[in-house]
Ligand binder design. Structure first.
Ligand code: GTP
Ligand code: MG
Length: 201
């Protein structure tokens, strides 16, 4: 990781809100739990019969609960940067909450599962439409097929600069790397737009 990741003086906030979105069961709640240094807040409920025929449980047959509100966790990156990490619900009938959860978010993570890549299209579209910069974390489930990142990027039709990383949502360091990639991306975008801001003064 480049050293400027830790040069956060150029970020406008010392406490930054990050939103984790993605399809049903891609591992959002798992990621927030893994990275959080405080006891994470979850709003899990048992998966109900409303899911039958609607939500694709293939590959995550052991999943018994689903997020019905939000996940919340916190991670301190350094003395001047704390990330507040919010996870969204993945089931389509709760997507109306995403707008509320996105209020004030400086950046996003789209979590994806290679077995159901299409389930993360809505999250990509959500961030693109709102102009919220995001990175993509490909959660490598144990028995999921492995692909080249370039193939995954093409399948997700990602714009060139959008960083994409493989990760394991259960592993703190792996999830932290995804967050650091996002911080780095936010800083680079801020630097790139600084000349424009100067010109407007
Ligand atoms: N093997 C493996 N299992 C995982 C991984 N990430 C999550 N899981 C499991 O997959 C299931 C889905 O994880 P969740 O974190 O609940 O997924 P989610 O995206 O929050 O789901 P919704 O909120 O319902 O959309 C859970 O049973 C996790 O234990 C992973 O990287 N590897
Ligand atoms: Mg969840």
């Amino acid at each position: 990781m480049e050293s400027n990741v830790f040069d956060t003086a150029r970020l406008p906030n010392s406490a930054v809100k990050i939103l984790v979105a993605g399809g049903f069961g891609v591992g959002k709640t798992t990621l927030v739990s893994a990275v959080s240094e405080i006891a994470p807040l979850h709003t899990e409920e048992l998966i109900s019969e409303l899911s039958v025929g609607v939500d694709d449980l293939s590959g995550i047959e052991g999943k018994a609960t689903t997020t019905v509100g939000l996940d919340f966790g916190r991670i301190t990156i350094n003395d001047s940067l704390i990330l507040y990490v919010f996870g969204t619900p993945g089931q389509e009938r709760f997507w109306f909450m995403w707008d509320e959860l996105a209020q004030g978010a400086l950046g996003g993570i789209v979590l994806a599962d290679t077995r159901r890549l299409e389930s993360s299209f809505a999250a990509i579209d959500f961030f693109e439409t709102r102009g919220i910069p995001f990175v993509v974390g490909v959660n490598c489930f144990d028995y999921a097929p492995r692909y080249q990142l370039s193939a995954i990027r093409a399948a997700l039709d990602l714009d060139d600069p959008v960083p994409t990383l493989l990760c394991d949502a259960r592993n703190r360091e792996s999830c932290k790397n995804v967050l650091l990639a996002l911080v780095d991306y936010l800083i680079k975008r801020a630097e790139a737009s600084a000349p424009l801001l100067d010109a407007r003064r």
